[in-house]
Design a protein. Structure first.
Length: 257
């Protein structure tokens, strides 16, 4: 049984507790006590626990970012639904994701508490945290540009999760490039400039540096590795699309040299 089936079916016998537990409990319609502890036959690092935390934080924080500039645009709502579609969520999971998104828009959304628990539940696994930020950047660019208030909020989120401002700029550059050419959907042909941004390198990089960056990015976004670290299986398609973009960028840069 998947993490989702165990959660809604009660086979887990626990809720995360804390603010993440309160969010997912409300979203699936259960009145879980936020102080509940896990059954003793489940260890805190269990795969399903990390998957539940990632799913809950992803959609609630996405809603919070969408509201950062004062209103949630139709593009931002469409982007959230596109992420859900990419994950191929069933009807019940989509309803829960939408409820989490809506909770994130609330004025009393406990962002810092959510981020602190999320980082702890993920055991500071940097590749998972980077993917989380990449998804949030995709949401910020949903209406074509990142609003200054969204950028300020995302920088705060990164600080809370141990991502430096310099690394944020690199990730934001890659997300902006993805927006330019339409990502895996391929609405536009990837430009050479976008290709360098996707690999998170500059035009001055030599062939050895380019190959090293390509291998690093492919390893970072390898779907099986991410799932092993706690990425919900439903999100594997997002990671697969990212590796396809990395491959396209690498081939484009090689051809230009």
């Amino acid at each position: 049984m998947s993490w989702w089936g165990k959660l809604v079916g009660g086979a887990f016998g626990f809720m995360l507790g804390g603010p993440l537990g309160a969010l997912i409990g409300a979203a699936i319609g259960h009145n879980f006590d936020t102080g509940m502890k896990m059954q003793t036959d489940w260890a805190p690092g269990d795969q399903e626990r990390v998957q539940t935390a990632f799913f809950t934080a992803t959609f609630s924080v996405m809603g919070h970012i969408a509201k950062a500039d004062g209103r949630v645009s139709s593009d931002e709502i469409a982007n959230a639904k596109q992420v859900m579609s990419s994950m191929e969520l069933d009807a019940d999971m989509q309803k829960v994701a939408i409820k989490l998104f809506q909770q994130g828009k609330a004025s009393d959304f406990p962002l810092d508490n959510i981020l602190e628990q999320f980082r702890r539940e993920c055991h500071r696994r940097q590749n998972l945290i980077r993917l989380f930020i990449e998804i949030q950047l995709q949401a910020a660019f949903a209406d074509g540009k990142m609003h200054p208030k969204e950028r300020k909020l995302l920088l705060h989120i990164c600080r809370q999760l141990g991502i430096s401002p310099d690394e944020f700029d690199v990730l934001a550059g890659a997300a902006g490039a993805e927006r330019n050419y339409g990502g895996a959907a391929g609405r536009n042909r990837m430009s050479l400039e976008d290709a360098y941004a996707v690999l998170e390198i500059s035009r001055d990089s030599n062939d050895r540096e380019i190959k090293k960056a390509y291998r690093r990015m492919m390893s970072r976004h390898h779907p099986d590795k991410l799932v092993a670290r706690g990425l919900p299986e439903e999100m594997m398609k997002l990671a697969t699309e990212k590796t396809q973009e990395i491959q396209t960028a690498y081939e484009l840069i090689k051809k230009s040299r």
